[in-house]
Design a protein around this ligand. Structure first.
Ligand code: NAP
Length: 586
């Protein structure tokens, strides 16, 4: 029996211990071996394993002294990296004797996997390695040495930063104390600590073996850390392609630790996630999909991507992104920017042909996949149908960009109720429908995500010429702020983008009230000329959107005039009110 649902279990005898090995999926498929960390057992992988099992032969084992594997006797000296490598080889001899395996490690599972993938005796047995939150002790040792020998203010800062994050490593080196704590109060409190500090979902994890896993596992540190950091190996080069997934909010490891990794890994793919340490539990969809993509690309003999310089690709590669109003202007540029980062893009517009063109060009720009959908964002039923289809066929969104919007210019008394309805229906209700229908599934999935609402500088800059448009955008800004507060506990970020004057098609479709058709046409042409002269490209707004998601920003004014107005609205609102009285010459 094992705690992983549907798994077949076997025992592997090696070096005086008995390892508990669980298998899922078709043994004829490529083998993925998942190695757990500290304090953990193989069950940390249950959600990821379940997602990989219909495509791969998934193998998990309890590291010696953990879960249902037996502990070495004596414990001291029983957890050296050499012995852990013996265990790994014994497991793969049993489960995949003739074909190299794809190795995946988290925390100490990753630390030991770095050893497996950099020693000679495993050469040819590992096809790829995906590392999460666990550096090579050799690389770490060299990282420290470089900074101690050639200190600069930045390097000293990095050393102190990581030193502070490693407080628990010093404690684990004290005799007996960790064992007493884990078998006593800490063992009892740990599940609650994980839920509060790491936002782990409630459930059957960690398992009942936690106190003894944690007590035995203290020897992982004592047997290896000090010795290896003092005398790191000079030849710790990876002999298989490596995918590094770095959670950016890891409380125990600084992302700077991996700065020099290209020196040790000739074929390195980098990924980043805005999350904490236990991503196999908090982000199983993303983790499983990056493992799958990496394993498939290695099996197909393709070059790794993304590399060190592709910052957005590291963050957004493979993510599902939906953009409304994607047939033109800011929406189209945003779809392209996510496509270039390797995301899967759903381009939505009321104009079917324009949406199809955006999807087609997104594929050419590098999207992992791209689809076109037609919907009017102001139509609740159409949006419900769209959400149903997207969730059924493509999955739950990682990023939603509510961008579709229309312009409306004219004084309050020339704006009819019909004008008001139209602009609020598209600019405000369109955003509400998007947030409700797609945001609800994001929240329900509970694996993070991001919502971007395209508002406007008009949201905080009053104007006698744009009462309806500005009201609709001010509502979008406040909605975004409220939703951001509500969704923070679900790790879903919400951003309001306030572009400024951007050279797009909006001027030629905007409505001008209180004037005849000929005058409306003249005003459109004049404002199109004005926006053309300002000539701020939508691509810059698109890149501000990707940055805002990457850094989870709340409100982002884009152009200098939008930033200036934002600044005035806070520091000198009276000045902004005076400017609002000026009648624009159109
Ligand atoms: P754009 O070039 O006109 O693009 C907007 C796209 O949205 C068009 O393809 C449009 O289709 C589509 N759309 C309009 N109403 C829709 C609806 N009900 N359902 C689905 N799609 C719809 O304008 P943009 O400048 O990129 O504007 C994008 C967003 O930025 C808007 O929310 C706008 O208010 C905001 N914004 C723009 C500026 C600026 O200076 N351009 C400044 C601040 C804020 P059609 O072509 O068929 O209308």
């Amino acid at each position: 029996m094992t705690d992983i649902e549907g798994a077949r279990e076997r025992r592997v005898r090696t070096g005086g211990v008995d390892l508990c090995v669980a298998e899922l999926g078709d043994p004829a498929a490529p083998t993925v071996v998942l190695v757990h960390g500290y304090p953990d057992s193989k069950e940390v992988w249950s959600a990821v394993a379940a997602r990989l099992a219909d495509r791969f032969h998934v193998v998990l084992y309890d590291v010696r002294g953990h879960g249902r594997s037996t502990a070495p006797k004596p414990l001291r000296g029983g957890f050296t990296l050499a012995k852990l490598t013996d265990d790994f080889l014994a497991v793969i001899d049993e489960v995949s004797p003739d074909r190299p395996v794809h190795l995946v490690g988290h925390d100490w599972g990753s630390v030991q996997s770095w050893e497996f993938v950099t020693v000679g005796r495993t050469e040819g047995r590992i096809a790829s390695f995906t590392s999460m939150s666990g550096p090579s002790l050799d690389h770490f040792g060299h990282w420290i040495n470089t900074r101690v020998r050639r200190p600069t203010p930045r390097r000293v800062g990095q050393l102190l930063g990581q030193g502070a994050k490693s407080w628990y490593v010093y404690l684990l080196h004290t005799p007996a104390l960790p064992e007493l704590a884990w078998r006593g109060p800490l063992g009892k409190a740990w599940p609650g600590i994980l839920r509060r500090a790491e936002k782990l979902p409630a459930g059957d994890y960690p398992t009942a073996s936690l106190p003894s896993d944690a007590a035995h596992g203290a020897w992982l540190y004592r047997d290896n850390v000090r010795a290896r950091l003092r005398h790191p190996r000079e030849d710790a080069y990876a002999h298989a392609p490596v995918q590094l997934i770095t959670p950016l909010g890891d409380a125990f490891l600084s992302e700077r630790l991996y700065d020099d990794l290209e020196r040790w890994v000739p074929r390195l793919t980098r990924r980043t996630l805005p999350d904490k340490h236990w991503i196999p539990r908090t982000r199983p969809d993303q983790v499983a999909s990056w493992i799958e993509e990496f394993v498939r690309s290695v099996e197909a003999g393709q070059d790794p991507r993304p590399t060190r310089t592709d910052r957005h690709a590291q963050r957004f590669g493979g993510q599902l992104v939906l953009v409304t109003g994607a047939g033109s202007g800011i929406g189209r540029a945003t779809a392209f920017a996510f496509a270039e980062a390797g995301a899967r893009v759903v381009a939505v517009d009321r104009d079917a042909e324009a949406a199809a063109r955006t999807a087609e060009l997104s594929r050419l720009a590098g999207a992992a996949d791209a689809w076109a959908e037609t919907a009017d964002v102001s139509d609740e039923q159409a949006m419900e149908k769209l959400a149903e289809k997207v969730h059924r066929e493509y999955g739950v969104l990682d990023v939603l960009v509510n961008n579709a919007g229309i312009g409306l210019s004219g004084s309050f008394f020339t704006t009819t109720t019909q004008d008001w309805r139209r602009v609020l229906d598209v600019n405000l209700w369109g955003v509400i429908h998007g947030c409700r229908l797609f945001g609800a599934r994001m929240a329900e999935r509970d694996q993070g995500g991001h919502i971007v609402n395209v508002a406007s500088a008009a949201a905080y800059q009053p104007s006698r010429a744009l009462p309806a448009y500005s009201t609709s955008k001010a509502a979008v800004l406040m909605l975004s702020e409220c939703l951001r507060a509500e969704l923070a506990s679900r790790r879903i970020g919400v951003t309001a983008i306030c572009p400024g004057l951007i050279n797009t098609n909006i001027t030629s479709t905007a409505r001008f009230t209180g004037v005849d058709e000929a005058e409306e046409r003249r005003r459109r042409e004049r404002s199109a000329r004005l926006y053309g002269m300002r000539n701020y490209p939508p691509e810059k707004v698109a890149s501000a959107i990707l940055e805002a998601v990457a850094h989870n920003r709340a409100v982002v004014p884009v152009t200098p005039e939008a930033r200036g107005a934002r600044w005035l609205s806070r520091l000198a609102p009276a000045a902004l009110r005076r400017i609002a009285r000026v009648e624009p010459k159109l």
